[in-house]
Design a protein around this ligand. Structure first.
Ligand SMILES: Nc1ncnc2c1ncn2[C@@H]1O[C@H](COP(=O)(O)OP(=O)(O)OP(=O)(O)O)[C@@H](O)[C@H]1O
Ligand SMILES: [Mg+2]
Length: 261
């Protein structure tokens, strides 16, 4: 059995994916790990790798290749190669959804939309990494202000039929806006739904710059918030598909590139 490892050191979390390849058409995900990146992404990635390998009784020497991606990829010292986030995300998502044409990835600190051609190649992409608006960080900050666990945002989204529009795009101004809404006695649920819509609208305006084709897939940690996914579906009027574990798509893509080295 041949083993390959993909590492995605994101601004918020580090992910690793271990795959086994019997022959090219028999590639399986053996396991994965997700951990907060913290101050030392290299150390976090090593810890994750040792955990996963230890769990399966696989020695490091048995891993044929390791590929790293993500914002912290340049700092890792135990990998064979690095690859861009765009290529790895596309590769991972297409492995799970071969008909993917538009990939919307929202992580902790950036959001990206990737357009995929019929042959599975990346034809275009846009990225917002200049500001926290519309990212996971935006939602993390708002969850703190609302004293609500971000993990509940998806569930809360469906508790109310309508939402309050969050008019500010800038995270700092939107935070003040939310504080004002709380003071005015607006239901927390309606604010949360409004915040989910705000992130979905930002993603949509980004996606429109490359053009939106079906199938549309959402990946990244924010895809775990079903509220954002549903808001996107509502705004688009079509299905948005989410992998079982959307957060590991970049690391999976990296592992698949390692397989091809
Ligand atoms: N269970 C969950 N429910 C809701 N949101 C979640 C959950 N888990 C993660 N998130 C969101 O996912 C974000 C992190 O996503 P991800 O791990 O994809 O980011 P990253 O890859 O580190 O960042 P980037 O790609 O921007 O460098 C968090 O900011 C949070 O908003
Ligand atoms: Mg990421």
């Amino acid at each position: 059995m041949n083993y390959y490892l993909g590492v995605d050191i994101g601004s918020t979390t580090t992910k690793i994916v271990l795959i086994s390849v019997k022959d090219y058409d028999k590639t399986e995900i053996i396991d994965y790990g997700i951990q907060e990146t913290g101050p030392d992404g290299n150390k976090t990635a090593l810890e994750l790798m040792n955990n996963v390998l230890g769990k399966h009784g696989i020695r490091v020497e048995e891993i044929r290749n390791i590929v790293a991606t993500g914002y912290g990829r340049v700092k890792v010292d135990f990998v064979d190669k690095t690859k861009t986030e765009i290529s790895c995300h596309a590769k991972g998502v297409i492995f799970v959804f071969p008909n993917a044409r538009t990939i919307i990835d929202i992580g902790g600190q950036d959001s990206k939309v990737i357009k995929v051609g019929k042959n599975g190649a990346v034809v275009d992409f846009v990225m917002n990494d200049k500001c926290a608006a519309g990212t996971g960080r935006f939602l993390e900050i708002m969850a703190k202000v609302l004293q609500e666990d971000l993990k509940n945002f998806g569930h809360i989204h469906n508790m109310v039929p309508d939402y309050v529009e969050i008019t500010n795009i800038c995270t700092v101004f939107a935070e003040s806006e939310v504080i004002t809404l709380i003071t005015e006695g607006i239901e927390k649920e309606k604010i949360i739904k409004g915040l989910n819509y705000s992130v979905a609208k930002r993603a949509l305006s980004l996606a429109k710059r490359v053009g939106i084709d079906k199938d549309i897939i959402m990946s990244g940690g924010v895809a775990k918030n079903k509220g954002v996914v549903q808001a996107l579906e509502n705004l688009l009027g079509t299905n948005v598909y989410v992998p079982e574990e959307p957060q590991i798509m970049g690391a999976l893509g990296a592992a698949l590139f390692a397989r091809e080295m």
